[in-house]
Design a protein around this ligand. Structure first.
Ligand SMILES: NC(=O)c1ccc[n+]([C@@H]2O[C@H](COP(=O)([O-])OP(=O)(O)OC[C@H]3O[C@@H](n4cnc5c(N)ncnc54)[C@H](OP(=O)(O)O)[C@@H]3O)[C@@H](O)[C@H]2O)c1
Length: 492
């Protein structure tokens, strides 16, 4: 167990703290995973007493966790929480915070600063922590978690990294992408590197292409203030989707250790062919759902994409010639995050296909959410006379093998890792900059097209028809339904 730690949450009166951070810390507390002597200090401008802050957190933790928020455990947990009101741009308030911390911190007390604040405030908070001497590790370790988005393009990410590193060393910095805290994203590593039978076929000799889909059924709703400036390419592709891609495509690291793992991810990002800005229409499409302009705070002339599909190519021995198709959108037909590994078809089919035969080449689906699982599609013989073929699916559902409560929220794992100093599931400086380097030309390419009309799609659909045409042109199709032939059978 690590030495005692204080988790100082900047932005403690905000949404992320109450919906995610406090419930995740409480769950870790219930599981007895927090180091002895752990303290949680909320910091924000809103004046609140310790009790008022604890009550506020209790209400939201109950909302987030339902029956898990038992009274007894909560009051013990609440006694570890306190609140210090202050403005992060005011140097005096750091003195006040330091005094607040000194009341209970002894020697060798680690500190984790969690920046749950608007991105424009990250530099100020970091600079002030530095100026107040609060990044110095003389009295125990000091780490900082920085939320997403980390920059809005390569230049801003580099500038933010420069500010962060004027105060903290890389080993003190934990850039979060909550996708990496998801059990099923980590299971990608286990599936690939704790089994031996997939590795020989995990390459250009057997894989035709890979699809990574992040579909949301919800529309922008009240989040347009942020979303309309970001759009889907910044909101999903630069971070979550590229992270998933690296785990699918990387070489096996020699050990599960932060730098070994991240070195391999960086190699993948490095091998992705830089998209050409002026050819953006050749390898990507963007779209917006009909009715987007009617959402609160969306400007009437907004061309912000709410859907995008991008082809990326990885120029290395393993993946050369195997396209990775990434697509994501809001207001789609299904909430899902999945990776489809589409294998090549057999080089020769000796069975005569007739009207009753459906041929689907082998496909592996790794469902990251919501119905976490793994599914392998393969051909089977239809019983009875003749040689009719039909695909079938071998299914693994997490919920069948483990308790449904076994999949904790991503923040639970990530907070614990940061407390224990394990940065494996956090993004390194070079990784974040490389990810922007890949997405910048795509974003700029579409922005350069200015007000050229952006195709629309219907809410509840799988995106615009242009997305289907885009893949059809490449001789492929989107996999929206894992097993349409199974529904056909049920109908008959
Ligand atoms: N919410 C989510 O689900 C989510 C998911 C992924 C990433 N994130 C990221 O997490 C960060 C926080 O998001 P959020 O949704 O929690 O934002 P939020 O609800 O707007 O909260 C922002 C917090 O910052 C505090 N704050 C603002 N100015 C301050 C100042 N000068 N000094 C001290 N505190 C100040 C606010 O409190 P006072 O007004 O009391 O000062 C508030 O507690 C953002 O970077 C966001 O992109 C959030």
């Amino acid at each position: 167990m690590s030495e005692p730690a204080t988790i100082v949450i900047f932005g403690a009166s905000g949404d992320l703290t109450s919906r995610k951070l406090i419930p995740a810390l409480f769950d870790n507390f219930r599981k007895k995973r927090l180091p002895l002597g752990t303290r949680i200090v909320g910091f924000a401008r809103t004046p609140m007493s310790n009790d008022e802050f604890r009550d506020k957190m209790c209400v939201s933790a109950k909302e987030a966790m339902g029956h898990h928020c038992e009274e007894g455990a909560w009051s013990e947990f609440a006694s570890m929480i306190s609140y210090c009101a202050g403005d992060l741009s005011n140097a005096d308030d750091y003195e006040k915070l330091e005094k607040h911390l000194a009341d209970f911190e002894g020697e060798n007390h680690g500190r984790l600063y969690y920046l749950a604040i608007a991105p424009k405030l990250y530099p100020k908070a970091v600079e002030q922590l530095g100026a107040a001497g609060m990044a110095s590790e003389d009295q125990g370790w000091r780490r900082v978690i920085i939320e997403k988005p980390f920059g809005t393009d390569l230049a801003s990410a580099k500038a933010l990294n420069a500010t962060v590193h004027s105060v903290f060393d890389e080993q003190q910095v934990y850039r979060i992408d909550h996708y990496l805290g998801k059990e099923t994203v980590q299971n990608l590593l286990v599936f690939r590197f704790a089994n031996s039978i997939y590795e020989p076929i995990w390459n250009r000799n057997y894989v035709d292409h890979v699809q990574i889909t992040v579909g949301e059924t919800v529309t922008v709703g009240s989040r347009a203030g942020y979303y309309d400036k970001a759009g889907v390419l910044r909101d999903m592709f630069q971070n979550h989707m590229l992270q998933v891609l690296t785990l699918v495509a990387m070489e096996p690291p020699s050990k599960f250790e932060a730098n070994a793992l991240r070195d391999e991810k960086v190699k993948v990002l490095n091998a992705i062919r830089t998209p050409a800005q002026d050819l953006v229409e050749d390898y990507s499409i963007i779209s917006q759902y009909a009715g987007y302009h009617n959402e609160p705070d969306v400007p009437g002339d907004s061309t912000t994409p709410t859907y995008a599909a991008v082809r990326l190519d990885i120029d290395n021995w393993r993946w050369r010639g195997v396209p990775f198709y990434l697509r994501s959108g809001k207001g789609l037909a299904k909430k899902t995050t999945e990776v489809q590994i589409q294998f090549l078809c057999p080089p020769h089919m000796m069975f005569d296909a007739d009207d009753d035969t459906t041929v689907e080449c082998n496909r592996l689906t790794l469902t990251i959410q919501p119905d976490e699982g793994i599914h392998l599609a393969f051909q089977t013989k239809v019983p009875d006379a003749g040689m009719k073929l039909k695909p079938s699916i071998m299914d693994f559902h997490y919920s069948d093998s483990y308790d449904t409560g076994a999949i904790p929220d991503a923040y639970e794992r990530l907070l614990l890792d940061a407390i224990h100093g394990d940065a494996s599931l956090f993004i390194r400086r070079d990784e974040i900059e490389m990810a922007w380097q890949i997405m910048d030309p795509v974003i700029a390419g579409w922005a350069a097209r200015g007000d050229a009309s952006i195709p629309m799609y219907k809410v509840g659909s799988w995106g615009p028809v242009e997305a289907d045409t885009f893949l059809k042109r490449e001789g492929r199709k989107w996999i929206n339904d894992q097993a349409p032939w199974q529904h056909e059978r049920r109908k008959t």
